[in-house]
Design a protein around this ligand. Structure first.
Ligand SMILES: Cc1cc2nc3c(=O)[nH]c(=O)nc-3n(C[C@H](O)[C@H](O)[C@H](O)COP(=O)(O)O)c2cc1C
Length: 248
């Protein structure tokens, strides 16, 4: 039996709310407040994550909710080791800038969350993952993004921390070998959200113009007449936030 959605359309306000969540979502590192996150709010954002798309409806994710100060300390120590190594990977001119970037909020965020991928969930042959194995990992990433956007709508900041040796993260969290830790997230209420990515404001990288990333019909395919209208819109576009259509 197939059920259909009784109201398939979004009102203008609902649509604006979706775009607002997308355009005001930020990676949060240094603005966490110690205020506890109520269970009903946490349950909603986890449920949003669990409703992400997944290859073959595999739902390969699990969610480790970390509140223990001892576990956070262990994860933080793993970050420190990798962060010190990472600094040396950048050319000398950028090292000081890198060192001064705040790239995590592990100890400050009241909740840390690890989203994983169980690559063997629901058997070895998965609809849609028959030829590109990484589709299961991409599915877990979709869960991360759902959670990130739902959290923004709840007024919660989320920061993704990826500077770890995977083995150190596994050890801190007791994750078995066959499970992949996909994302380590710091979650909590915040003093404020920045209106731009911090790496953009710090001069690390600018946002690439969307126009420069568009191809038509094939890799590096140029625009023909049919594409001109779209390009014009994209050029005029910037984000609805920058156009003042969304409250900052
Ligand atoms: C896969 C992934 C890994 C990331 N890892 C880190 C990280 O280790 N530390 C950090 O500060 N930010 C991390 N980020 C956040 C990005 O730096 C951030 O998304 C980007 O600068 C754009 O900023 P915005 O999320 O505020 O729009 C990560 C983001 C993604 C998607």
């Amino acid at each position: 039996m197939q059920y259909i959605q009784s109201d398939p359309s979004f009102s203008a306000d609902e649509r604006a709310a979706v775009y607002r969540a997308i355009h005001t979502r930020r990676d949060v590192r240094g603005q966490f407040l110690p205020d506890p996150v109520p269970d009903d709010v946490l349950a909603r954002v986890l449920t949003a994550a669990h409703h992400a798309p997944s290859v073959g409806f595999m739902q390969p994710w699990d969610f480790i909710v970390v509140r223990s100060p001892e576990v956070k300390q262990q994860v933080n120590a793993a970050f420190r080791v990798a962060h010190a190594e990472a600094e040396l990977m950048f050319e000398e001119g950028k090292r000081t800038t890198y060192r001064n970037l705040k790239l995590e909020g592990i100890l400050e965020a009241p909740i840390n969350l690890c989203i994983t991928c169980d690559r063997s969930r629901n058997g070895p042959v998965v609809v849609g993952r028959t030829h590109i194995a990484a589709m299961d990992l991409y599915s877990s990433v979709c869960a991360v993004q759902n959670l990130w956007l739902a959290a923004r709508a709840e007024g919660l900041g989320v920061g993704w921390v990826s500077i770890f040796h995977q083995q150190a993260l596994r050890e801190a969290l007791g994750i078995p070998r066959e499970i992949i830790p996909v994302a380590y997230l710091c979650v909590g209420y915040v003093s404020h959200f920045y209106s731009k990515p911090e790496l953009e404001s710090a001069g690390w990288l600018p946002r690439s113009p969307l126009e420069s990333l568009l191809h038509f019909d094939r890799w590096q395919g140029g625009a023909d007449g049919a594409a001109e209208g779209l390009l014009e819109q994209v050029r005029a576009g910037r984000s609805p936030l920058e156009r003042g259509e969304i409250p900052r």
